[in-house]
Design a protein around this ligand. Structure first.
Ligand code: EPZ
Length: 420
């Protein structure tokens, strides 16, 4: 297994190019199951989760060709409708193939994704919505067995909770359904917006894109001719590097970024003292010498994203004063806290709320990544900890960050990837 060896440096400087969004890429790849043509996907990030989903599609009979600036996915020869445990267990977002396969073939079996480090992460809302659309769902031996004897029919769906992949799954199922599906309390994340925009550009009439009420006019089983598209920039990767600039008090410029997807993150960094120069697709952070404490509550987009909670918690250890960070989406998303405490952070956990007493000088040591965003929080802490930090189990990090150590090396970080 790999690990990252990191030494603190005086500061970082330069430009970081942001990759395509992992959480946009996954539903867009699943969407290719709805296509009658080859789907040209540009700006896919080179991360493990994308490779996993492409492998899953290949196992189902699709072909994936990698060119220098795009991946071409063709599902016309797709013949298998069972997503097996061996792949699904490694990436719960595999659940995103459920809606498309069911819509196209009328039956499918998908391994239950199970929980993950950050929480139970049930999929009851996905299944309930598909049943409302006419699917017969049976859970047997750890698999979701779904069939639609009479095809999926559009209907009115109201999600009890905002669910990102739940919304994506139902939008894709509704795209081929008979009639109109309305989704109330739909996720408004940019990743869901891009999925809707690509489907709309490919002939599926969708209204309310970007709002909490979507209306999808299904094609009644007709496969789609999907337009070529480029994946939107990864707002969480971008936010992570903005935190790197803030925590090391370095001026960094991000390129190929979408500033309008980072409103809540930039606003919180401004509260903590940073200022910004922003253009159409670049963001330069001008960090403050003294970092102010902050209050954060994670909520659905466009509010502060849960996927940035761990990174801001690491940053808060360097703030002068007490920061309060409340995690409202997942029940176990503070596993980075114990590792940060081992580095010397003064953090108190009380249920879903972390109280961070800063400023605490951190000391480098061996730490263990526990989940994707916790890993990046440990890297941020290591950039300012005295001495050497070794971040172990970075297979978590590789799931969602494209070339992280290279991007940080290119702006002056002392970081190496080594073998255990
Ligand atoms: C997506 O996960 C993201 N993953 C997550 O990013 C992100 O943290 C999350 O949305 C919230 O923004 C992808 O897009 C691949 P949810 P998802 O369904 O869709 C509950 C990362 O770091 N819920 O929006 O699985 C659920 O338990 C990852 O890149 C149900 O109760 O999240 C949670 O409390 C981590 N029943 C809340 O809703 C359901 O059927 C939000 O979950 C579905 C969800």
């Amino acid at each position: 297994m790999d690990y990252l060896k990191i030494h603190n440096v005086a500061s970082l400087e330069g430009t970081i190019n942001i990759s395509g969004a992992k959480n946009a890429s996954l539903p867009l790849i699943a969407m290719s199951i709805l296509a009658k043509n080859s789907v040209h996907i540009k700006n896919l990030p080179q991360v493990v989760d994308i490779k996993t989903l492409l492998k899953l599609l290949s196992n189902l009979g699709a072909t994936c060709n990698f060119l220098d600036d795009r991946v071409i996915v063709n599902t016309t020869s797709l013949h298998e409708t069972k997503a097996t445990y061996d792949i699904v267990k490694t990436m719960r977002a595999s659940i995103l193939v459920l809606g498309p396969i069911l819509a196209r073939f009328g039956h499918c079996e998908v391994s239950l994704p199970g929980g993950c480090a950050i929480g139970q992460r049930p999929i009851d809302l996905h299944l309930k919505a598909l049943e409302q659309m006419g699917a017969k769902i049976n859970i047997k031996a750890g698999y979701i067995e779904a069939r639609t004897p009479n095809g999926l029919k559009g209907c009115e769906i109201i999600f009890d909770k905002v669910t990102v992949t739940g919304t994506a799954n139902i939008v894709m199922a509704a795209a081929l359904a008979k009639g109109v599906t309305s989704i109330t309390n739909a996720a408004r994340e940019p990743e869901v917006v891009q999925l809707c925009e690509v489907l709309h550009a490919s002939g599926v009439k969708i209204t309310g894109i970007g709002t909490a009420i979507l209306e999808i006019h299904g094609t009644d089983g007709k496969l789609l001719d999907i337009e070529e598209f480029s994946v939107i920039p990864d707002r969480i990767e971008a936010g992570t590097y903005l935190c790197a600039g803030a925590i090391t008090k370095s001026e960094l410029t991000l390129t190929n970024v979408e500033p309008k997807h980072l409103g809540a993150v930039i606003s919180k960094l401004e509260e903590m003292g940073s200022t910004f120069t922003i253009t159409k697709n670049t963001i330069t952070i001008h960090p403050s010498i003294k970092i102010k404490p902050v209050k954060i509550v994670t909520q659905e987009y466009p509010a502060f994203p849960t996927d940035m909670q761990a990174q801001f918690l690491a940053l808060a250890t360097q703030a002068d004063g007490v920061s309060i960070i409340e995690e409202r989406l997942f029940e176990n998303r503070f596993m980075h806290v114990s590792e940060l405490q081992r580095m010397g952070a003064d953090i108190t956990l009380n249920g879903h709320t972390a109280t961070v007493n800063g400023k605490m000088d951190l000391c480098g040591t061996d730490v263990m990544a526990t989940d994707l965003r916790a890993s990046s929080a440990l890297v941020l802490a290591a950039l300012v900890a005295t001495g050497e930090t070794n971040v172990h189990r970075i297979y978590h990090l590789d799931r969602g960050y494209d070339s992280l150590e290279k991007k940080l090396q290119d702006v002056g970080a002392n970081i190496q990837r080594l073998k255990e």
